[in-house]
Design a protein around this ligand. Structure first.
Ligand SMILES: Nc1ncnc2c1ncn2[C@@H]1O[C@H](COP(=O)(O)OP(=O)(O)OP(=O)(O)O)[C@@H](O)[C@H]1O
Ligand SMILES: [Mg+2]
Length: 287
């Protein structure tokens, strides 16, 4: 009988759960808000099980958990053993698995932003660092500046807005390009906010600031770690059309190649399973 495995990534804001078979093919997936870790884990598993029949339920062997809020979940949930996987490893293997690369810089664009360098199919994994600028920054600033806290509403507003009403460009300062940068590139995020800027323009400025920061941090890390051809952007933020567009526009300026895989928001959850399967394979072959 085929075995099923669950990956559960309890992030700072959102919990991602995925049910896969041993070939890592996705059978079910869900995203829900993160609350108390054990309560969230229970809710995620119950929600998932409500969508499959008892035959498939019986195939589930294991839950692999990861994410900042995945500590203290105990050894089992709903009778299924649960094992915790280090989040850096999970992000690294998630990026590898989803992109099919052998070496890559994985950018986890979530509430905050984490960067993980992975080499040689995961035999070497380094936590490069990151930035506190991320999805939480978008929601926090927009709540205070324009009173909107819903990501989708905000994205729609940002798409209608004009960032040139809030951002100072290179052209605004020098009247043309400078060094490697074309005239339309941002010189100072929010450096020109005008009285006439609408809520939509401010939303566009917030999306610009966060996406450009993530992209520039990724570019610098990719260059320092020799991974310019293989930057894999994951996390829920990468699902946003606007964010991924701005990230690509920014990384293009520096000739860094960005991959945004399908299922990018599931990198942690799928990566946790990939780590488990790899370690299990290695220990099986040692016996
Ligand atoms: N529908 C959506 N599409 C794209 N981005 C979204 C959507 N809904 C929320 N977001 C953004 O995604 C962010 C959360 O991303 P993600 O779930 O990857 O992070 P997390 O795992 O909770 O946090 P971290 O990895 O930092 O612990 C939110 O802060 C929000 O800005
Ligand atoms: Mg996360």
């Amino acid at each position: 009988m085929e075995d099923f495995i669950i990956g559960l990534d309890i992030g700072a804001s959102l919990t991602k759960i995925v049910l896969v078979n041993e070939r890592l093919e996705i059978i079910r997936r869900m995203v829900l808000p993160s609350m108390d870790p054990r309560e969230t884990a229970l809710r995620a598993l119950n929600n998932l099980f409500s969508t499959i029949d008892s035959e498939d339920r019986a195939k589930v062997r294991m839950t692999l958990s990861t994410g900042g809020r995945s500590r203290f979940l105990g050894n089992e949930i709903l009778g299924i053993p649960i094992m915790r996987v280090d989040e850096i490893k999970a992000i690294g293997f998630g990026g590898l698995t989803l992109s099919g690369r052998n070496n890559c810089l994985v950018v986890s664009a979530g509430t905050g932003t984490a960067l993980v360098a992975v080499y040689d199919g995961g035999r070497a994994i380094r936590h490069v660092g990151g930035t506190g600028v991320g999805g939480g920054t978008i929601l926090g600033l927009s709540r205070r500046m324009i009173g909107v806290y819903d990501f989708k509403v905000l994205e729609e507003m940002a798409l209608r807005g004009d960032p040139s009403k809030v951002d100072l460009t290179i052209n605004d300062i020098v009247g043309g390009s400078i060094g490697i940068l074309p005239a339309n590139v941002t010189a100072s995020n929010f450096g020109k906010i005008l009285g006439e800027a609408s809520a939509e323009d401010v939303a566009a400025g917030i999306f610009n600031m966060v996406s450009q920061t993530i992209a520039v941090v990724a570019v610098m890390a990719a260059k320092a770690y020799n991974l310019e051809d293989n930057v894999v952007v994951t996390g829920m933020l990468a699902k946003s059309r606007l964010i991924s567009r701005i990230i690509r526009e920014t990384t293009d300026l520096f000739s860094v190649n960005v991959i945004i895989p399908d299922n990018c928001e599931l990198a942690g959850a799928i990566g946790a399973i990939a780590v488990y399967l790899k370690e299990k394979g290695e220990s099986d072959s040692k016996i």
